[in-house]
Ligand binder design. Sequence first.
Ligand SMILES: Cc1cc2nc3c(=O)[nH]c(=O)nc-3n(C[C@H](O)[C@H](O)[C@H](O)COP(=O)(O)O)c2cc1C
Length: 384
Amino acid sequence: MANLFSSLQLRGVSIRNRIAISAMCMYSADEGMASDFHLAHYGRFGLGGAGLVMIEATAVLPEGRISHGDLGLWSDRQIEPLARIVRMLKAQGATVGIQLCHGGRKANRQRPWHGNGPVGNEDQALRGEAVWPLKAPSALAFGAGYQVPEPATYRDMTDIREAFVAAVARADRAGFDLIELHAAHGFLLHSFMSPVTNRRSDAYAGSFEGRHRYVLEVVGDMRAAWPRERPMFVRVSAQDGVEGGRTLTDTVAFARVLKAAGVDVIDCSSGGLAGHSASTSRDAPGYGFQIPYAEAVRSEAGIATMAVGLITEPELANETIVQGRADLVAIGRQALFDPNWPLHAEARLGVVDAANPYASWPVQYGWWLNGRHRTLASLPSRRD
Ligand SMILES: Cc1cc2nc3c(=O)[nH]c(=O)nc-3n(C[C@H](O)[C@H](O)[C@H](O)COP(=O)(O)O)c2cc1C
């Protein structure tokens, strides 16, 4: 029976344990380029024992960036700084993925700490951040004060699809082990899938097939461009959580289609169509509340899943795997709080060798920490 520390084989890639670091935008790139900050930031997770490190939402086109600080893979010059991160993480034994994204009507937003709203004249004056026209399935703004997007033409849709494929080729050149398509949280692909945001009257709308046609075309082209021996994930919002939106039943049906299209793992988030994704909203209902989505998709569509959202305790993470509710658990904010979470989880769950408790730590640390462990054990207990 698998547990949190069992390896996972996906196509030709073996992930050392079931702990993934969830994709998290750092809003810190310049013209889409990864920097020293990104190397240090992601490097901490590789050193911290994560099985899979998913690099944040990375824009396939400059106008698809969620913020001016998003990473990008729309240009060859963006490959090498990412390749450096990939090399560093692989040297630490981690598997490395990248999430590819187009923000659609939710693109061109302020960094959270600059307001988290639409980029406007003030951002332009203060930081030189330009406002660009947005594309979406229909001319429906994300909310009050947000730009009304232009409905994507067939030409736009083809260009964006081709940009996803070009980014896949660049991800391959950067050495990534796997790719994840971001089809959640109200961004472009999710907004095609939901009847709330897709009011088109063409073949890409209306029925379940129509609304999912575009994302399936993108998935098909990406899968064809990505090496057969390497896995592909798709992140979905398992439920829109708004009236008239997609439900878990739609997601299960969609997961079956994705499986047939060669997708290996469904990463089950939720919400984001009309506000924050559900798990980063203050109204998130409780620890691990999205695990039931991963469980339903796994059992009903017969495809591997990743569970995410307020999984903070090693016991819950381990149970999720042991009980077969998901194949991977993704940790987001808890990994910002503790980049060594996987190593600490191992100790907490008691799966370390008592005589050599730091064996899984980077050797540069583990040797010393084992020595310190012996020293501490030999001291009289501390009196405070
Ligand atoms: C700083 C930050 C940035 C995020 N950026 C992304 C992103 O790039 N792509 C994505 O799919 N989700 C993103 N999310 C959502 C996380 O991947 C994750 O689903 C969410 O934080 C819930 O997990 P947690 O409770 O463990 O943090 C982000 C969350 C945070 C906190």
